[in-house]
Each structure stands twice: as C-alpha cells, then as structure tokens.
Design a protein. Structure first.
Length: 316
C-alpha cells in the first residue's frame, strides 16, 4: 500500500484522526456531529463504517454484510481495525485483501469527506466504491515484479460516452440474451442493461438485438456523442455499410439505423472479447435469469469486479 494509506491506517489505529467527535471531546470545536450524513457523532468508526455514505459505498462493492459482523460487537475502532488487519482475509470475488480494501476505502472516504466540507462535489457512492476497488488493485499489482501495463478496455475521450455491447445465443433452445453498458470518460458506469430474448433465429440476429438494445439505452440516458464497441466484426461491418445486410436480422438493423441517426456524433469499433467482459457477463446473467433489467449509476454486484478490472492500470 502507498504511504498515504499506511499513514491513514496508523492514525486511525491510534485515534489521531481529526474527526469532529474527537475534536469536540478535546474542546477544539463545539459540534461533534458528522458533516457528511448529519446523523450521529463522527468518530473513526463512524467515518469508516457507520456513516450513511460509508455504508452505501461498502454495500455497493458487496462487503457491507461482512463489515457489519465486525461492528456489531461493542469494541473500540482501534480494536476493530486491528482485528481486520490481523485476519489477513481475502475477498476472492474482488481479488483483493480485506484489510487493504478497508484501509484504502477509509482513506478514500476521508478524502471525500474533506471535499464535502470544503464545498466540492463528490461522485455517487457506487462510483466511490468502484474507485476504492480499483485503487486497491492498482496498489497491490504495483508491488509485483515484472508488472505490465494492462491492455484492454480504454476510457473514451472527455465529452464522449462509450457503449459496450454483447450477445449470447443458445442454438438448442433458439433463445438468446444481450448485455450493454455505458461509461463516461472517468470509467464510471452511467447505465447498464441486459435482456432475455426467448425467440431468435441465429447468433447474428442476437448480435443485432444487442446493438439495438444498446442504442436504445444510450438514447434513454440522453447521450449525444457515442462510441459503440462490440467484439462482433459483422456488426461493425454492417453499420459501417449504413446498416445494409442480407442476413436474418435485416429488420433489426433497420430499427438500429433509425436510432443511430438521432445521435449528434456516433461511431462503432471492434474490440477483443477480453476487453468486453462486462457486456458479456451482463448477457450471460440475462440468459440465466431470463429477466430484463436496467441499472442507472449503481452497477449490479456481479459486474463490480469486471468494472474494476477495466480501470485497473496494471495487468495481473
């Protein structure tokens, strides 16, 4: 871990953080309430775990229930943090250590708390959770020897949004599913969707429906400058040819062209399957659940690890 996170952990263990409740107990300030959630005294335990924002951040990355088991006991914050560090537990779903994740998250919450108290805007809790996981992974991987920069999904330029799409097709059952995710230039999720399609002719039709659902999602959020990414070269070639095709999905591409023409600026590119894992997982989950879903800002738990992988600087 970097020095700033280690220093944060050392100060938290010894109660040297200038939280409002600590300052009020020392008669430095009159009010010890939390400046973030306005709900309770702000000590280190509140800052890291029980503040409304902290709970939402931990919940967004799927470890709140684990944290809640720690804080149910009537222990001081220093003992809680020490116990977490000494457990050496791994969060396999996120591919990081629990202690590293919580200390990095605590430092990040403290930094965002500073932003709020100085009148600066902060991002939604779900994006903060993704940032915590990504930072923890980057810190972990940076310590390895022979580390390489990650190649894969790339963030769009400022002012653009990026749409990743994918589809799956079950030839035996004649059904399929689609997945779509839209992210901005910071790598944060704006929206995502997945759709189960009970009747399909073939895989090319499934890929066409993935494009249609993705474009509809981008239209739904009011996107203007859009970059579409797919691992299906056929979709790229068809849309670069003004949507002309003679395959089974001709009617679907006609609908895509109508939506396509409504964007101020739009392009389509091919990418590798390895760089399209989030959209692939969304499609896979729709095939399993047979349920159609849309998410705004808050990503579903089953793609958090993949989202963090996409914005991780180093390769594992």
């Amino acid at each position: 871990m970097p020095g700033k996170v280690k220093i944060f952990g050392w100060r938290a263990l010894r109660g040297f953080m200038p939280c409002n409740a600590i300052l009020a107990n020392r008669h430095v300030i009159p009010d010890g309430g939390c400046p973030v959630c306005r709900n309770g005294a702000e000590d280190i335990k509140h800052l890291m775990f029980t503040c409304d924002r902290a709970r939402t951040v931990w919940r967004s990355i799927g470890i709140w229930e684990k944290i809640r088991t720690f804080i149910q006991s009537d222990r001081s914050w220093s003992i809680l943090i020490e116990n977490i560090i000494n457990r050496c537990e791994q969060i396999h779903s996120l591919e990081v250590g629990l202690a590293e994740l919580i200390l990095t998250g605590g430092w990040y919450l403290w930094w965002e708390r500073w932003q709020l108290t100085h009148g600066e805007a902060v991002q939604p809790p779900a994006r903060s959770g993704l940032a915590v996981v990504s930072l923890t992974k980057n810190y972990k991987l940076a310590m390895k020897k022979g580390i390489k920069l990650r190649e894969g999904w790339k963030k769009p330029s400022e002012g653009y949004i990026m749409l990743n799409i994918d589809a799956s097709f079950d030839e035996d059952r004649g059904c399929g599913s689609t997945g779509a995710i839209i992210r901005d230039s910071s790598g944060g999720m704006i929206a995502a969707s997945n759709t189960f399609i009970p009747y399909l002719v073939d895989a090319p039709m499934a890929e066409a429906f993935a494009l249609k659902e993705g474009l509809m999602l981008a239209q739904h959020i009011g996107g203007n400058k859009l970059i579409v990414l797919t691992d299906c070269m056929e979709v790229v070639e068809i849309m670069e040819n003004a949507g002309f095709t003679a395959n089974s999905a001709v009617a679907v591409y006609d609908e895509c062209n109508i939506v396509w023409s409504g964007f101020q600026e739009i392009s389509i590119e091919h990418l590798s399957r390895e760089a399209n894992q989030v959209a692939h997982e969304l499609a896979r989950q729709a095939m399993i659940s047979k349920v159609n879903c849309i998410w705004d800002d808050d990503p579903p738990g089953f793609i958090v690890r993949l989202l963090s992988n996409d914005v991780t600087i180093f390769d594992q």
